[in-house]
Design a protein around this ligand. Structure first.
Ligand code: SF4
Length: 453
């Protein structure tokens, strides 16, 4: 029988969906009697929850695993458990190349983390590492496990579904995470209520494709109904929507966002590109004209809405003309928040087999050009906010700047900037997790400065 006075560390890489799984794993490990600590020194074992989405994410995951393999070789660590998307994609390769790994968990098996730790600690001699791989989605209770929040006070992710049915030509997520699976409105409301009871004021709604919510479970899209149910929860002040698939944004959803004061006027809509030819090669639904019409409609129907998108530069066959069309679109529609990545040829995807490759340095150069273009647009947006008043969720205290920092409706967690806040003239200090009223007074290095009113 395993001595449970073992101390476990956990690292979660990649996206918010992975982070929520890691929060559940902490509950499960503690429930099994392990001590779980955020400190990564003096551990008996580490659980590395990996991302395997694109090249850069894979490299980060492998680097992290190797770091702990080195600690293990120095006798500073007993066991290494690898979970998440990289473990799902490259099980045999990882075990072959890193024999220091003591256990592997597929993306559908994170609820068996304590079982993997037990097996690893109990393993005698040359016993092979436990490999726990359930088909993604085969564990109906996966998302019902309570979470130990890892986000700053005041906000948390709410993962409303897992998997994806869209099959974009460059993406491995459907293979790694399985078919699209919605959680029930009841279980999500129950989770959101428990989050509110823990002081969460902002819910960041995530899925691979949030707009598809309910289609599998209720036979129709019910994201507006879910949002109404979540906004009825006392304590929840902000609901922010991420990963909206453009051609599934209905008039009903737009009206719900426009009319409901708790739904933050910030929409994350990954479009990936604007050129019809490129969108077709990406196997994305919708045309450039439809995307332009959507952006125009959102600006009209939701005044002051901040739009975030994600783009890929350098998909095989992307011509200078097609790239220029994308830049023209950005200059014209002036989206406030844009993330852009160079195309990453992922094994097993249709895009990997495409010929007419764009050289990596050209793809990276196109990324730089878009980043430069967007810096100007963001500066313009920030400048227009000087002297404006907004609510700010206080996330942290900046010891260096001796001030608080937080986010308003216009900044999503982890991807957008911060607002640095000085206390009110009466010297009253805000608390972490508070939502305060602040006036934007200045901009320093792209970050906003404000004072509590
Ligand atoms: S919508 Fe496309 S890019 Fe996003 S997870 Fe699904 S298949 Fe991947």
């Amino acid at each position: 029988m395993t001595q449970k006075n073992k101390t476990i560390g956990i690292i979660s890489l990649g996206c918010a969906k992975n982070q929520v799984d890691a929060e559940r794993m902490v509950t499960l490990m503690r429930g099994a009697g392990y001590t779980v600590t955020p400190r990564l020194d003096a551990l008996d074992a580490v659980v590395i929850n990996t991302c395997g989405f694109i090249e850069s994410a894979k490299a980060e995951a492998i680097e992290t695993i190797l770091e702990f393999c080195a600690l293990k070789a120095e006798g500073k660590l007993e066991k290494i458990i690898v979970t998440g998307c990289l473990a799902e994609r490259y099980k045999s390769e990882l075990l072959a190349e890193m024999p220091e790994i003591d256990g592997m968990l597929g993306s559908g098996s994170f609820r068996r983390v304590a079982e993997a730790l037990d097996a690893a600690f109990d393993a005698a001699g040359e016993a092979p590492p436990p490999e726990l791989y359930d088909a993604p989605g085969s564990d109906p209770l996966a998302d019902e496990t309570p979470r130990v929040l890892s986000t700053p006070k005041g906000w948390a992710y709410l993962k409303i579904a897992e998997g994806c049915d869209n099959n974009c030509a460059y993406c491995v997520i459907p293979d790694i995470r399985g078919r699209f699976r919605s959680r029930s409105i009841e279980s999500l409301v129950a989770e959101a209520e428990s989050l509110a009871a823990q002081g969460v004021r902002e819910l960041d709604v995530v899925a691979q494709d949030s707009t598809r919510y309910g289609l599998d479970l209720y036979g129709r899209r019910v994201l507006p109904e879910l949002l109404e149910a979540l906004s009825a929860i006392d304590g929840i002040r902000w609901i922010r929507l991420h990963y909206l698939y453009p051609d599934e944004i209905t008039d009903e959803l737009i009206q719900t966002v426009a009319d409901n004061p708790k739904i933050v006027k910030y929409l994350d809509i990954p479009i990936q590109h604007i050129s019809d030819a490129v969108l077709a090669r990406m196997n994305r639904r919708g045309t450039g004209a439809e995307l332009r019409a959507l952006m125009t409609k959102l600006r009209e129907r939701i005044p002051g809405v901040v739009i975030r998108t994600t783009l890929i530069a350098g998909l095989p066959g992307e011509t200078d003309r097609e790239f220029e069309e994308l830049c023209d679109f950005l200059r014209e529609f002036r989206l406030e928040r844009v993330g852009v990545f160079p195309f990453s040829p992922e094994e097993g995807t249709p895009a990997e087999k495409m010929t007419d490759r764009v050289r990596l340095e050209i793809a990276e150069h196109r990324v730089t050009l878009i980043e430069q273009l967007q810096t100007g647009i963001m500066d313009e947006f920030n400048a227009a906010r000087i002297d404006s008043v907004c609510e700010v969720l206080i996330e942290d205290y900046d010891k260096w700047g001796e001030c608080f920092c937080g986010r308003s409706w216009a900044e999503a967690p982890d991807v957008d900037g911060k607002i640095f806040i000085t206390a009110a003239s009466d010297g009253k200090q805000p608390m972490l997790g508070d939502i305060v009223i602040a006036r934007i007074t200045d901009i320093i290095d792209g970050d906003l400065i404000g004072e509590v009113l």
